[in-house]
Design a binder for this molecule. Structure first.
Ligand SMILES: Nc1ncnc2c1ncn2[C@@H]1O[C@H](COP(=O)(O)OP(=O)(O)O)[C@@H](O)[C@H]1O
Ligand SMILES: [Mg+2]
Length: 351
């Protein structure tokens, strides 16, 4: 039985296009599922619907097999951690973490024991007497997590909890959350617009765009076989290059592979390739040709942006060999097996 089951879930605010449109998605018990998508795609709406802070316009929400559409938030046994986690400034760390237990009238001894366990797990023990103002951003975030964990809810909902932290702390908290998940073995739904966070943390990723589910899969599956042009270009840093199919030189074929078979078909509208799957070659020698527009040296590699003769720009990741200069003419070679093919509706074609 799924820990969370969403069936044809829809949310409309007024007459606009639905914020969430017909979402069907299961979260397995103990799973860490990431909801990924750009700002405004409906991520927070999904969490608020699960938590009971919004009412569904249509569809079903079940937690541990029980329909919860009509249950108030307090009876759903979920904990939500927000980006702007509000700690009580006048309470100590201990009192902040204990707060949900006080609200539930948990016996004092039991509450004390749970707060101390949670504090130890989050390495907050030495800070229990402090006030939030005396903590760093990362420590405050851990207190907010502690407050969610102490209740031992059925499901954790995280709404971009790391986006207010600086880059270094974010990487550290990412690892900490993954460790915490392993330890608690709890069901977690984690929302982010940051595909690196999604790829590094998620056991599975569900990608939303304009309220519509685009693809669900493991990070590796989504990276290797994006379901459509949106997912292809959204996932990856930078994302996949997607180019009109006719732009590839007709004589640059390596027949015999699946991608090539698909590529040759009339319904192929565009082809895609990852920046690391293209090689720079002499002008005229590759599958595409163009002029270097920008070079981003990143230390171990350089990102070379090539304005193709057909008008689109493609990015090539160069890890060895010479990095060309801006304005230089180059060719791009892409092995046929690394080409992705998409139809006119943006959907992936073939394997
Ligand atoms: N209370 C509301 N009233 C009207 N529109 C809303 C409300 N909440 C969210 N929306 C709209 O629903 C869409 C999805 O919002 P949201 O779920 O917050 O997106 P995300 O969290 O992915 O950035 C947006 O277009 C947003 O403007
Ligand atoms: Mg949001």
């Amino acid at each position: 039985m799924p820990a969370v089951s969403l069936v044809r879930l829809t949310k409309r605010f007024g007459a606009d296009a639905p914020a969430l449109d017909d979402l069907t998605l299961d979260v397995a018990p103990g799973e860490f599922l990431v909801l990924l998508g750009p700002s405004g795609c409906g991520k927070t709406t999904v969490l608020r619907l699960i938590a009971g802070l919004e009412e569904a316009s249509a569809g079903e929400i079940a937690i541990d097999g029980v329909r919860v559409n009509d249950l108030p938030p307090k009876d759903r046994d979920v904990a939500m951690v927000f980006q702007n986690y509000a700690l009580y400034p006048h309470l100590s760390v201990r009192e902040n973490i204990a707060f949900p237990l006080v609200m539930r009238r948990t016996p004092k001894a039991e509450a004390r024991k749970r707060v101390e366990e949670v504090a130890a797990a989050l390495e907050l023990t030495p800070l229990l007497a402090r006030r939030p103002a005396q903590l760093s951003g990362g420590e405050r975030q851990r207190v907010a997590l502690g407050r969610a964990i102490v209740r031992q809810p059925k499901v954790f909902l995280f709404d971009e909890p790391l986006s207010n932290l600086d880059a270094k702390l974010r990487v550290q908290m990412r690892a900490e959350l993954v460790r915490l998940h392993r330890r608690l073995k709890a069901t977690m739904v984690y929302v982010t617009h940051d595909q690196v966070e999604a790829m590094t943390m998620g056991q599975r990723i569900a990608i939303l765009h304009r309220g519509v589910l685009q693809q669900v899969g493991t990070p590796a599956e989504i990276y290797a076989r994006p379901a459509n042009v949106f997912v292809a270009s959204f996932v990856g840093a930078p994302g996949m290059n997607v180019i009109e199919a006719g732009a590839r030189r007709a004589d640059a074929k390596e027949p015999g592979t699946t991608a090539e078979t698909v590529h040759g078909r009339a319904e192929v509208h565009s082809v895609g390739f990852r920046p690391e799957d293209a090689r720079l070659v002499a002008d005229g020698a590759g599958d595409f040709a163009g002029v270097v527009a920008l070079v981003e040296p990143l230390g171990p590699e350089a990102l070379v942006h090539v304005k193709l003769d057909v008008g689109e720009t493609a990015v090539v990741r160069v890890r060895e060999g010479r990095v060309p200069a801006v304005d230089e003419r180059v060719g791009l070679a892409v092995p046929a097996a690394k080409l992705h093919a998409f139809g006119a509706d943006g959907r992936r074609l073939g394997a």
